[in-house]
Design a protein around this ligand. Structure first.
Ligand code: ADP
Ligand code: 5GP
Length: 220
């Protein structure tokens, strides 16, 4: 027999996570992905050079500007934007494949990308990760030890504007304590997959209760 949960909670959600650089998006998502087997991470394409320790095909697909332009022209990207002087984009095919197989997908994109996805995927779930304070954000960007001083200043300056974008999101999660932030994010994904409109309750009623579309069932 088909697993009851798989039968009822058939559709995954497209969860979009944004937040200022250094708030902890990668850290929170890495932790979440080890906990949930129903969730996949969409790896973005970028023209930004890899940071120390970043691997092609794992953190990003690193490409040059020409290749990025090609992907845009071929309609391969669900959204794309210029962020801090580099191009970033979301491959469309991977997301379509995951959703059609019942997996949820999580993306880490900036507010420009999130706005484009909201236009194309209105039932996406938009989540903003909030730093506990300005001081904590600055300390986290610096402690990552991966960016030049110029890049750090550029990202902190952009953060002022990015924080105001929270108003465009459905949920806000505070990343003060890592475990709690992961727990909150996971709860949102769970709640969203249990929306009646996303479930396959008709098939569930038919298969488990021998009930037809009109609500008439035969009891055993
Ligand atoms: P982002 O992906 O948003 O740019 P990262 O995940 O790279 O941010 O995190 C930036 C830094 O902040 C990392 O050094 C990470 O270990 C640290 N960090 C993330 N979450 C927390 C937290 N809840 N408390 C303290 N430090 C954190
Ligand atoms: P970083 O260079 O720190 O990895 O990411 C910089 C910014 O680019 C972050 O705000 C991140 O959310 C955003 N970003 C990463 N991937 C994508 C993407 O595919 N599309 C868009 N629009 N933004 C992205």
């Amino acid at each position: 027999m088909t697993d009851s949960r798989k039968l009822l909670y058939r559709s995954g959600v497209l969860a979009v996570l944004s937040g200022p650089s250094g708030v902890g998006k990668n850290t929170v998502l890495n932790r979440l992905l080890t906990q949930r087997t129903d969730l996949r991470y969409s790896i973005s394409v970028t023209t930004r050079p890899p940071r120390r320790g970043e691997k092609d095909g794992q953190h990003y697909f690193f490409v040059d500007r020409e290749k990025f332009r090609q992907l845009v022209d071929q309609g391969e990207l669900l959204e794309w934007a210029e962020v801090y002087g580099h191009y970033y984009g979301t491959p469309r095919r991977f997301i379509e494949d995951c959703l059609s197989s019942g997996y949820s997908v999580v993306l880490d994109v900036d507010p420009q990308g999130a706005a484009q996805i909201r236009q194309k995927v209105p039932d996406g779930v938009f989540i903003f990760l909030m730093p506990p304070s300005w001081e904590a954000l600055e300390q986290r960007i610096r402690s990552r030890g991966a960016d030049s001083e110029e890049t750090i200043v550029q990202r902190l300056t952009a953060a002022q504007k990015e924080l105001a974008a929270v108003a465009e999101y459905d949920y806000v999660v505070l990343n003060d304590d890592l475990d709690r932030a992961v727990e909150d994010l996971s709860a949102i994904v769970s709640a969203e997959t249990r929306r009646v409109t996303r479930t396959d309750y008709r098939r569930f009623l038919r298969e488990r209760f021998n009930q037809n579309h009109y609500g008439e069932g035969t009891r055993p």
